[in-house]
Design a binder for this molecule. Structure first.
Ligand code: UD1
Ligand code: CA
Length: 472
């Protein structure tokens, strides 16, 4: 269908998120339960924004301040004082949109799978038919719990929406249900809402009743079936939350795979929204790519890896490791069993091996720490080798201090660097040394107790220590 350009029609949205959501059985308000890295209602907000909605009003009530803090300030908020029903909730937003000249999309905050395209399609249909209200509907074999769409058997026109509790047995058999996603002409919404009365099983003001009000007036009521009922499923408990999260994850993985990323096992791969992965990168099983992570091309990530809030270049290998708020340049190797904590910055071809922890530290190109080290609050120059078991002692029990190691240095195994301390370029530190003062460029630092050799001492030792019966 061609876009109708003749009637410019700004769209506002009202997202309902004031309910108590008892069925979640949670101290965390339902709108904030996360799926793929975003709160449930943030998904709905994004779908609206992506579909070109100009102004979004979220109606909050239960735990209002918490919900507002969790969803952020890119939207406006209206307060519903008591949960008196979905119609009452929409009314709470009226003062913010009273003069709105265009269309108003109304939707529940618990439909996190809703694609922006579904909204675009709904809005387009609404514009083209110049309807007073256009409902999105969906079909399920068993729509238990949802409101049903009642149509006139002769004309097929929508007559009303009936809630399950208020429905007759015949109405309950209807398979077309109400996902709670509507677009109204603003004037039609406000005038119909004014006529809604709480005459139903729950004694609530039902938004759904605006439909029969408008039908009675001879208004134009349109209905658009969703292409896939799964897109509009509501989340009311944690079983549905897990199901929705799984569908969302599958969608995100499909986008990655179709863009040229190999996901070896989608069933055990978890990605958040907005994660980016370059072409020909391979994601091995049991891998988590979370919160704003960006990964370049030709990398191999995983198995058993969790990367959060990090930026990774091209050709990087991360195996069985945890990486948080870090930057890793091209060609670096990490793991297995490495832990890169916030503020880690690895330049090109750095190598971090097993049981190495790095925090708030910069490692120059081709520097390496291959085994069993802690590098915290440190600067390591390019091509410097950090021997096994090296520790930067960054904390004196009160404050943190930095260790600075130059380039082309060699830090022997089991070195202890007591910060603040500087080791110059090209310096060599002998294994087992405790560095408590600065080491100049190209110097050799060694601090060890002299070793003693006692010939035959082992034999005498055993004779002294072993039980009598074994010395025969
Ligand atoms: C509603 C619809 C039902 C539809 C279903 C789809 C009504 C009367 N019924 O039922 O036809 O099939 O959604 O999921 O509209 N809310 C408020 N304030 C209130 C009550 C609810 O903000 O006073 C919010 C809730 O936080 C939620 C949304 O409105 O985000 C829907 O409320 P909910 O109680 O889940 O409605 P359903 O019974 O599911
Ligand atoms: Ca619901």
């Amino acid at each position: 269908m061609p876009e109708d350009q003749s009637t410019p029609c700004p769209v506002a949205a009202i997202i309902l998120a004031a309910g108590k959501s008892t069925r979640m059985r949670s101290r965390l308000p339902k709108p904030l339960h996360p799926l793929c890295g975003l709160p449930m209602t943030a998904h709905v907000i994004r779908a609206c924004q992506q579909a070109g909605v100009e102004r979004v009003v979220v109606v909050v009530g239960h735990e209002a301040e918490t919900v507002r803090a969790g969803l952020g300030e890119t939207v406006a908020y209206a307060y519903q004082e008591q949960p008196r029903g979905t119609g009452d909730a929409v009314k709470a937003a009226q003062p913010l949109l009273n003069d709105w000249p265009g269309a108003i999309l109304v939707l529940a905050g618990d439909v996190p799978l809703l694609p922006a395209d579904t909204l675009r399609h709904l809005l387009q249909h609404h514009r083209q038919t110049r309807a007073d209200v256009t409902l999105l509907t969906a079909f399920l074999e068993d729509p238990t719990g949802y409101g049903r769409i009642v149509r006139d058997p002769q004309t097929g026109q929508v007559v009303r929406i009936v809630e399950e509790r208020d429905a007759s047995a015949q109405e309950r058999a209807i398979r077309e249900w109400n996902p709670s996603i509507y677009v109204f002409r603003a004037g039609a919404l406000w005038s119909a809402l004014a006529e809604v009365r709480p005459l139903n099983a729950q004694g609530e003001y039902y938004l759904t009743d605006t439909v029969s009000v408008l039908v009675r007036r001879g208004a134009t009521v349109e209905a658009v079936p969703a292409t896939d009922a799964r897109d509009v499923l509501g989340v009311n408990n944690r079983v549905e939350l897990a199901q929705a999260a799984a569908l969302l994850r599958q969608r995100l993985l499909n986008v990655l795979m179709l863009s040229g990323v190999t996901v070896v096992d989608p069933a055990t791969t978890y990605v958040d929204v907005d994660v980016m992965v370059g072409q020909d990168t391979v994601i091995e099983p049991h891998t988590f790519l979370l919160r704003g992570t960006r990964i370049g091309e030709d990398c191999v990530i995983g198995p058993f890896t969790r990367i959060e809030g990090s930026t990774i270049g091209n050709g990087v290998r991360v195996l069985a490791s945890q990486v948080v708020d870090s930057v890793i340049a091209d060609g670096a190797r990490v793991g297995p069993y490495a832990h890169l904590r916030p503020g880690t910055h690895l330049e090109q071809e750095v190598k971090i091996g097993n049981f190495v922890e790095v925090k708030n530290a910069h490692m120059g190109a081709r520097a390496q720490a291959s085994h069993l080290s802690y590098i915290g609050d440190a600067e390591v120059g390019m091509k410097t080798n950090i021997g096994a078991g090296t520790i930067t002692c960054n904390y004196d029990g009160f404050r943190k201090f930095r260790t600075r190691i130059g380039s082309n240095a060699f830090i022997g195994s089991h070195t202890t660097l007591i910060a603040p301390v500087v080791v110059g370029d090209g310096a060599v530190v002998a294994a087992g040394t405790t560095i408590a003062e600065d080491v100049p460029e190209d110097a050799l630092a060694i601090a060890r107790t002299a070793m003693t050799i006692k010939e035959g001492g082992a034999i005498r030792y055993r004779a002294r220590r072993a039980p009598q019966s074994e010395t025969v």
